[in-house]
Design a protein around this ligand. Structure first.
Ligand SMILES: Nc1nc2c(ncn2[C@@H]2O[C@H](COP(=O)(O)OP(=O)(O)O)[C@@H](O)[C@H]2O)c(=O)[nH]1
Ligand SMILES: [Mg+2]
Length: 443
């Protein structure tokens, strides 16, 4: 799995990591190669486009770090992108506590690996101390029931079957009341599949989901089918509503495109991968580990992370130095506004900047107020920003006019700035404060 895409990515990465400088042309070339590698790996075209655009955008907007090469930084961007497209964080099953019955429903096309996965999940949960019951609700072929029974016996997990029934809903209903009488905390329901997505199958599954309201409705998809697996996941999600995907046959020589596309196209996370035919061939899906496997550049990623931390610490130190020496100016103040605005939440600003809440006089911070303060500072001359003491009445009038505010607001800003500056200085003087001062807002 991922062998080909991994080889291509590692080639690109090797050629770019060593470069001391990267031109927009280098990035363009690398991204073009990445595009072909992704398409060749059968990644969904829409996903490829998004991946490529985001990579270019981030690579060109990236701040250059001193202690690593631009090439190394590019690798880090690529790695982060891969992790994000693979689904970010590991998503585990969300089941109820052992005192309440949890239900897992498995759906998917015929041959995708539902029955095998049912047994694999049962074993996985049993190892974690749960008590699963497998339910044979694939009534399309009698052999399907036998298959589940054999698998259940091999892992010593009970299997509920009812060969007299023709309707899976009836089987499931009986299985539920059976489970309540037994020492069972998790129902794993194996359902019938079809060769392709069809109305009848979707209707049957929708009814089952409605009856059961399962904690997990997992789509079992065959990774070898590439973009088809993605289309199937999309169709199932729209018709039935899935909570996650188990991607099977990850051990085979597939190109990996499904893994990189499913989350983006369906929004549903990959929760497990099947890596073989045996009952213990099931692995939790970790986006970061897969990304590392594709890039094979774990050391570079760590290096860049470290370099970034270093730069942040250096910047924070510089700023603290400025505050101590009272050279913290309105320009720095403005810069902090702009940086913090990028962080998203303005409420964070008040929480992170010592004294900011008090300096703002207990007023609610809102985007508009900040934008006005910004406008005021922008209307000042560089000399005024560096030394606000020179701002007399006539300058105040000019600044107010230039920023579309009032002299009253200019005065208030100057007062706020002075309060903040003093407050920061005082806090820095307190022993230990240097260490505990949040640096994130200064980065
Ligand atoms: N190599 C490999 N084979 C698998 C995996 N999962 C299932 N299979 C095989 O795929 C075939 C179909 O599996 P099955 O569970 O019967 O699919 P179902 O029709 O969806 O229930 C069987 O031969 C399984 O052994 C996997 O992760 N890796
Ligand atoms: Mg089956």
């Amino acid at each position: 799995m991922f062998d080909r895409i991994s080889a291509t990515f590692q080639d690109i990465v090797r050629s770019i990591t060593g470069k001391a400088t990267i031109s927009p042309k280098n990035i363009e070339e690398a991204v073009e190669q990445i595009k072909y590698a992704l398409l060749e790996a059968d990644v969904h075209v829409r996903v490829v486009r998004r991946f490529v655009n985001q990579t270019i955008q981030e690579a060109t907007g990236e701040r250059v770090l001193k202690s690593v090469t631009p090439g190394q930084q590019f690798v880090k961007i690529l790695y982060d992108k891969l992790v994000s497209f693979l689904g970010d964080e590991r998503q585990d099953l969300t089941l109820k506590g052992p005192d309440t019955l949890s239900i897992i429903l498995l759906a998917g096309l015929q041959g995708s690996g539902k029955t095998t996965t049912a047994a694999k999940l049962a074993l996985h949960l049993k190892k974690k101390g749960r008590r699963p019951l497998l339910v044979a609700a694939d009534l399309a072929r009698p052999a399907a029931i036998d298959q589940l029974e054999t698998l259940g016996a091999s892992i010593d997990v009970p299997v509920y079957t009812d060969r007299s029934q023709k309707d899976p809903r009836a089987v499931v209903k009986r299985a539920l009341s059976h489970a309540k009488r037994q020492a069972v905390d998790t129902l794993i329901v194996d359902t019938a599949g079809r060769h392709q997505v069809d109305r009848e199958l979707m209707d049957e599954l929708s009814r089952l989901v409605r009856d059961l309201s399962p904690d997990e409705a997992l789509l079992v998809a065959d990774a070898m089918t590439g973009q088809t697996a993605v289309d199937v996941a999309k169709a199932f999600n729209e018709a039935v509503g899935i909570t996650g995907v188990v991607l099977t046959k990850f051990d085979s020589d597939t190109r990996g495109g499904a893994a990189l596309s499913i989350r983006t196209i369906t929004g549903a996370p990959i929760k497990f991968i099947g890596v073989g035919e045996k009952v213990d061939d099931l692995e939790p899906f970790y986006p970061d580990r897969i990304a590392s496997r594709i890039l094979g550049m774990g050391d570079v990623v760590t290096l860049v992370e470290k370099a970034r931390e270093l730069t942040e610490a250096e910047e924070a130190e510089k700023l603290q130095e400025k505050i101590k020496k009272a050279t913290f100016t309105l320009e720095d103040y403005l810069e902090q506004f702009q940086k913090i605005k990028k962080m998203g939440s303005l409420q964070k600003l008040a929480e992170l900047v010592p004294g900011m809440e008090a300096a703002l006089g207990g007023q609610e911070i809102d985007e508009k107020a900040i934008r006005r303060e910004e406008a005021i500072i922008l209307s000042m001359t560089p000399a005024e920003r560096r030394n606000p003491r020179i701002i007399g009445p006539s300058r105040k009038k000019r600044i107010a006019r230039g920023s579309g505010t009032s002299v009253y607001e200019v005065n208030r800003l100057l007062k706020n700035f002075e309060k903040t500056r003093l407050m920061m200085k005082k806090m820095l003087k307190q022993k230990g404060m240097q260490q505990s001062m949040p640096t994130s807002w200064m980065s």
